[in-house]
Write a protein that binds this ligand. Structure first.
Ligand code: F3S
Length: 299
């Protein structure tokens, strides 16, 4: 039996990898490079980009024609992008194509007289960005809030609706939400916009969590997809640890554990996963006396 079961889907997704590569290439070109807040939800990556010369600002109004700004993979508010363009700021758009598709879907829905409905976390930058592509979106974080809205006098069930999901939404949560809307409202179009990478990562995490004594989820505490992975793992494993880096683990975490599982959020670099894997292997090896390399498991 393996000591540590490593999820093959752990770590950078296509959209995050693309954003980081675009940012690094932009930095190599020199000049005044900026990111608006964190480019991705991982402090190690953000610190690395800062060392390469990409500065962070929360105030896009300070940027001008001499500046280049890299738009994060989650996307940005439409009003911010419009203002940057008007001021002549060069924008390198690293918004994930999956997110751009949702932005277009909600804009098109509204143009067609439909009510855009987003299932996701209203405060998350991706959702705030998507919502900004239309004038009056409805954002629900799950079936309870959908039902609560339907129970209010303001809900208009006869209005045509277009329902989309935050790319990292938990699938069950999305499905239970749209099913309520579909049942109660007369004209509903549903677009399953949960990204494939997220879906695979969540399924694999659930599968591994159901077979191990301890499940470790690595990712930034601000990362929504990491948080969702933790929630999913907790459904089938009673000992789930969410950490940002290997130094948060201790031997006590693996007491009585013969098999542990490891997955990581979409913004977690391979180097961090490798360190966590090595630390976990050390602890478990003490119990079972067996070793397997990180590279072997990825191949
Ligand atoms: Fe894009 Fe999916 Fe990653 S939406 S940023 S590929 S999690």
């Amino acid at each position: 039996m393996r000591e540590v079961m490593l999820a093959k889907s752990a770590g950078f997704c296509y959209g995050v990898r693309r954003a980081v590569e675009l940012a690094r290439r932009t930095a190599e070109g020199g000049g005044n490079c900026w990111m608006l807040g964190d480019l991705i939800h991982n402090r190690f990556v953000v610190e690395d980009l800062a060392r390469r010369g990409i500065r962070k600002t929360a105030d896009s109004a300070l940027l001008g024609p001499d500046d280049t700004v890299i738009i994060r993979s989650h996307g940005e508010l439409k009003s911010v992008l419009d203002a940057l363009e008007q001021r002549g700021v060069r924008c390198v758009n690293a918004t994930c194509p999956n997110v751009i598709r949702i932005q277009r879907l909600v804009a098109q829905a509204e143009a067609e007289g439909r009510q855009p409905v987003i299932i996701g976390e209203a405060a998350h930058p991706e959702v705030a960005g998507i919502a900004s592509w239309c004038l009056s979106p409805l954002v629900f974080d799950g079936p309870e809030s959908v039902q609560a809205w339907l129970d209010t006098p303001e809900s208009k069930r006869e209005i045509p609706m277009t329902v989309v999901a935050q790319t990292t939404c938990i699938r069950e949560l999305f499905e239970s939400s749209w099913k309520i809307i579909k049942k109660e409202c007369t004209n509903v179009k549903i677009f399953d916009t949960i990204c494939d990478a997220t879906h695979k990562r969540q399924s694999e995490a659930a599968e591994i969590a159901s077979q191990v004594d301890v499940m470790v989820v690595v990712g930034d505490r601000k990362s929504a997809n990491t948080k969702h992975l933790t929630e999913i793992c907790m459904q089938s494993c009673s000992r789930v640890l969410q950490i940002e880096a290997a130094d948060e683990l201790s031997a006590d975490d693996f007491n009585g554990c013969s098999v542990a599982g490891l997955t990581a959020g979409a913004s977690t670099p391979a180097g961090i996963i490798k360190e966590v894997y090595a630390t976990m292997s050390e602890e478990i090896r003490a119990a079972e006396g067996k070793e397997e390399s990180f590279e072997e498991l990825l191949n």
